[in-house]
Write a protein that binds this ligand. Structure first.
Ligand code: ADP
Ligand code: MG
Length: 692
C-alpha cells in the first residue's frame, strides 16, 4: 500500500525531483534563485524546461500551462500541448526554455481596471521559480506572474513577491542592530479554510446557489447551530470519504494539508495546512479551494466557498496566520521566556502594532468583498473595526514598559511548557479570544477577517507592506541614533504610547466595543463600499509606491476592479432574486392558494365551515400580494442604477438595492413557513444543511 510519504509531492517538480534530474550546476543555480530570490540565469531555463518536460510526460502529461492569479481572485490557465510536428508527419514532444520562462495569453478578457485601455491588450506570463511546478489533470502547471506589455502588473502574485521583498529588506535593516545576519527574512502564512458542503442534486435545484454561491431566500431551519453539536463533532461517513480524497490530492500536490474538522455550523468544515512562505502558501490555498470543489463533485457534493451561504447560520472565513522568520529558522515573533527582556521580539511586535494602527483602513480594504460584508460585524466574525489582541500577559509586559518598569513581577508568571518550540505564554491568555480581528497567538498573528472565498495574496500583500513600512521607520531612526540600545528602548516605549488604542483584549462582538472603538478614534468601515475608497487615499498610494509594491496606476486599477466586482456581484444577486421571485416563488404561492381556495369553496358548498383554513388562505394571499409588490419595487430600482461613477453605483447598491432585496427576502421567507412543502419550488435550509 502506498503511504502518505510515498504520495506526498509526487506530482510536484520539487527539490528532490530537481536534484535527481538536473545537472549539478543547473540545480545549484536554480536553488540559489529559489532561496535568495536572485535573478535566474537564462541558460538554466533551457535545461530545466527539458527536465520538467520529461518528468511531466513520464507522469502522463500531454499539456503544459502557465498557471497564474489574475485579479479575479481565482487562478487562470491556458493549456498548450507539448507536440511539435516533424518532417515525416509525426510529432515529438518539446518544451523550450523560452516556453518555460515566458508566455503570452490574451489578456483582454481578464480584468485590468483601465490598464488595458491605457496600455495594450497584451499580457505576458513569467515563470516564478520560487513556487514549484506541479501536475494537475495531466497538465504540467507552471506558476507564473502576469503583467502587461508596458510592465504594469496584472496579477496578484507579482505584488505579493514584491511585498515579501519589501518586508525582507526592512526587517534585515532592523535585525542588523541585534547582530543577526540572515540570508533572507521570509513572511509565512498558514490559512485556515472554512467551507460548506451540500448535496449536488439539491444544489442544482437552487438557482441562487448556482448563480451567486449563496442562498438569496430561505427561512431558518428548526434546528440551527444553537446546540453547538457540530463543532469538532463526529464527521459523517460521506464527508469523511470526501476529506480523505481531498487530503490525498493535496498531498500529491505537495500541499501540507494537516488539520480537518467540523465547524460551528451544520455542514460546515475547515481544512488547514502547515504554514509555508506567503508565496507558496497563497498558491497552495488557491489549489486547495480548487481541489475542494473538484473532489466534492466526485462525491456528489458541492463545496460552497462563499462567505455567507446561509442567512442566520455562521458564515465562512479564512484565518490568515502570519509571521516573519529568517531563512535559517528563527521566528521573529517568538516571545521567549522573558519577553520583557527580549528586545528583538518587542521591536518586531511594536512594528506590527504600529502598522495595524496606522493602516487599519488598509487591512479593512484587504477583506472588503460583497460576500464578506455579510460576515464582518454580524456576531459571528470580527467586527469591521480593526484592533489587535495581545492577551493579558503581553499587555502587562507592554504596560510595564510604558511605565518605565524593568520587569513584570506582579503579573501572572509565564507558563513553562518545557518544550522549546511551544510558546511560553499561557494558553488561555493567547487563545481564548476568538472575537479579535488580529490576534497574537503565541508566535504569530492570526488575521481573522478574511473571507473564505478570497485569495490570500491580496491580504498578505497588505500585511507585508504595512509591517515593512513600520520596520522602515524604526530602521531609519536606528540608523541615525548614537546610542542604539537606548534608541531601541525608545522605539518600543513610544510605539506603545502612540498606538495603544489599537490593543483590545475584550469581546470584539459586543456593542460596547463599537462605542469604545469610536471613542478611541478607530475607523469603523462597515461595508465594502465604505472601505474601498481608502485604497486610493494619498497615504495608501504613497505607501505602496515607497516600497515598490504597487505603482500609483496599479493601485488605481486594482481599486477599480474591486469596486466593479462589488457592484457586479450585487447586480447578479439582484437579477437572480427577481427571477426566482417571479418565476418560482410567486407561481408556487398562487398555486397553493388556488388549491386551498378550491377546497374551501367545495367545503362551503357542502355547508362545512372552515374559518381556520380561510385564515391560512388569507395569510398566503396577502403575503403573495406583498411579494408581488416588493418584486415590482426591486424591478423599478434595478432600472434606476446610476452608471457614470463606479463609487456612486456601489453606494446605490449598498443604500438602495440591498435594503430592498432584504425586504423582498423577508416576505418570501415568511411565506415559506406557511406554504405546503409540496408546493415550495426548491429545497429548504433543512434539506441543504442536513441531507448530506
Ligand atoms: P487554531 O484553530 O487554533 O487557530 P489551527 O491548527 O487550525 O489552529 O491553525 C493554525 C494555523 O497556523 C496552521 O495553518 C499553522 O500551520 C499556522 N501556523 C503555525 N505557526 C505559524 C507561524 N509561525 N506562521 C504562520 N502560520 C503559522
Ligand atoms: Mg485559528
Amino acid at each position: 500500500m502506498e503511504t502518505v510519504a510515498d504520495i506526498f509531492g509526487s506530482k510536484v517538480f520539487n527539490l528532490t525531483t530537481m536534484k535527481a534530474r538536473l545537472p549539478k550546476e543547473t540545480y545549484k543555480s536554480l536553488v540559489e534563485t529559489i532561496r535568495k530570490g536572485t535573478k535566474l540565469d537564462p541558460g538554466v531555463a533551457e535545461v530545466v524546461a527539458n527536465a520538467m518536460k520529461d518528468w511531466a510526460i513520464e507522469n502522463g502529461c500531454t499539456h503544459y500551462t502557465h498557471w497564474f492569479q489574475p485579479m479575479t481572485g481565482v487562478t487562470a490557465e491556458k493549456h498548450d500541448s507539448f507536440i511539435c510536428p516533424t518532417d515525416d508527419g509525426r510529432v515529438v514532444m518539446e518544451f523550450s526554455g523560452k516556453e518555460l520562462v515566458m508566455g503570452e495569453p490574451d489578456a483582454s478578457s481578464f480584468p485590468s481596471g483601465g490598464l488595458r485601455a491605457t496600455f495594450e491588450a497584451r499580457g505576458y506570463t513569467a515563470w516564478d521559480p520560487t513556487s514549484y511546478a506541479f501536475i494537475k489533470d495531466k497538465t504540467l502547471c507552471i506558476p507564473t506572474t502576469f503583467f502587461s506589455y508596458s510592465g504594469e502588473v496584472l496579477d496578484k502574485k507579482t505584488p505579493l513577491l514584491r511585498s515579501m521583498e519589501a518586508v525582507n529588506k526592512q526587517a534585515q535593516r532592523v535585525l542588523k542592530y541585534f547582530n543577526i545576519e540572515t540570508e533572507r527574512v521570509v513572511s509565512y502564512v498558514g490559512p485556515e479554510q472554512e467551507y460548506f458542503l451540500t448535496d449536488a442534486e439539491l444544489y442544482k435545484k437552487r438557482k441562487d446557489l448556482m448563480m451567486t454561491g449563496r442562498t438569496l431566500f430561505g427561512a431558518p431551519p428548526a434546528k440551527g447551530q444553537e446546540l453547538e453539536d457540530h463543532y469538532f463533532g463526529q464527521i459523517k461517513d460521506r464527508v469523511a470519504a470526501f476529506m480523505k480524497d481531498v487530503d490525498e490530492e493535496l498531498w500529491k500536490l505537495g500541499v501540507l494539508a494537516k488539520t480537518k474538522h467540523n465547524e460551528v455550523a451544520p455542514a460546515q468544515h475547515e481544512i488547514a495546512p502547515i504554514f509555508s512562505t506567503s508565496n507558496i502558501g497563497s498558491d497552495h490555498n488557491q489549489l486547495t479551494m480548487e481541489i475542494l470543489k473538484r473532489v466534492a463533485a466526485h462525491h456528489g457534493l458541492v463545496c460552497l466557498l462563499h462567505e455567507k451561504p446561509y442567512e442566520g447560520i455562521n458564515g465562512s472565513g479564512k484565518h490568515n496566520n502570519w509571521s516573519l522568520g529568517t531563512a535559517e529558522g528563527l521566528n521573529l515573533f517568538k516571545p521567549g521566556k522573558k519577553p520583557i527582556e527580549n528586545k528583538m521580539f518587542l521591536i518586531f511586535l511594536s512594528a506590527v502594532i504600529k502598522a495595524v494602527d496606522e493602516y487599519a483602513t488598509l487591512l479593512r480594504v484587504a477583506v472588503a468583498t460583497a460576500g464578506n460584508d455579510h460576515r464582518l460585524g454580524a456576531n459571528e466574525a470580527p467586527p469591521a473595526i480593526v484592533s489587535i489582541f495581545l492577551g493579558t500577559d503581553l499587555t502587562n509586559v507592554l504596560t510595564a514598559i510604558k511605565n518605565g518598569e524593568k520587569s513584570t513581577d506582579n503579573a501572572t508568571p509565564f507558563l513553562e511548557t518545557g518544550v522549546d518550540s511551544l510558546p511560553t505564554l499561557r494558553k488561555d491568555s493567547t487563545d481564548r479570544n476568538r472575537t479579535s480581528p488580529f490576534a497574537f497567538t503565541g508566535n504569530r498573528f492570526e488575521f481573522r477577517m478574511p473571507g473564505s472565498a478570497q485569495s490570500i495574496s491580496g491580504i498578505n500583500i497588505i500585511i507585508n507592506t504595512i509591517v515593512a513600512d513600520a520596520l522602515c521607520d524604526f530602521a531609519d531612526e536606528l540608523d541615525k541614533a548614537d546610542d542604539k540600545d537606548k534608541c531601541i528602548d525608545e522605539i518600543i516605549r513610544n510605539t506603545i504610547k502612540d498606538h495603544e488604542r489599537i490593543i483590545f483584549n475584550g469581546n470584539g462582538y459586543s456593542e460596547e466595543w463599537v462605542e469604545e472603538a469610536a471613542r478611541r478614534g478607530l475607523p469603523n468601515l462597515k461595508t465594502t463600499a465604505d472601505a474601498l475608497p481608502e485604497f486610493v487615499s494619498e497615504k495608501s498610494i504613497n505607501l505602496f509606491a515607497k516600497h515598490g509594491v504597487f505603482s500609483p496606476i496599479e493601485v488605481q486599477s486594482r481599486y477599480e476592479i474591486l469596486i466593479e466586482d462589488y457592484t457586479k456581484i450585487l447586480h447578479i444577486e439582484m437579477l437572480t432574486m427577481l427571477e426566482i421571485a417571479q418565476q418560482e416563488i410567486t407561481p408556487a404561492c398562487i398555486s397553493y392558494a388556488n388549491s386551498l381556495a378550491e377546497g374551501i369553496s367545495v367545503k362551503k358548498s357542502l355547508n362545512i365551515e372552515v374559518p381556520s383554513e380561510v385564515a391560512v388562505l388569507k395569510t398566503i394571499s396577502d403575503g403573495t400580494e406583498k411579494l408581488i409588490e416588493k418584486t415590482k419595487e426591486l424591478k423599478e430600482i434595478s432600472k434606476t442604477i446610476p452608471e457614470d461613477d463606479a463609487l456612486e453605483t456601489a453606494q446605490y447598491y449598498k443604500n438602495t438595492v440591498i435594503p430592498c432585496m432584504n425586504e423582498l427576502r423577508a416576505v418570501a421567507d415568511s411565506l415559506e413557513t406557511v406554504v405546503s412543502k409540496d408546493y415550495w419550488p426548491f429545497p429548504t435550509y433543512t434539506d441543504l444543511l442536513y441531507r448530506i
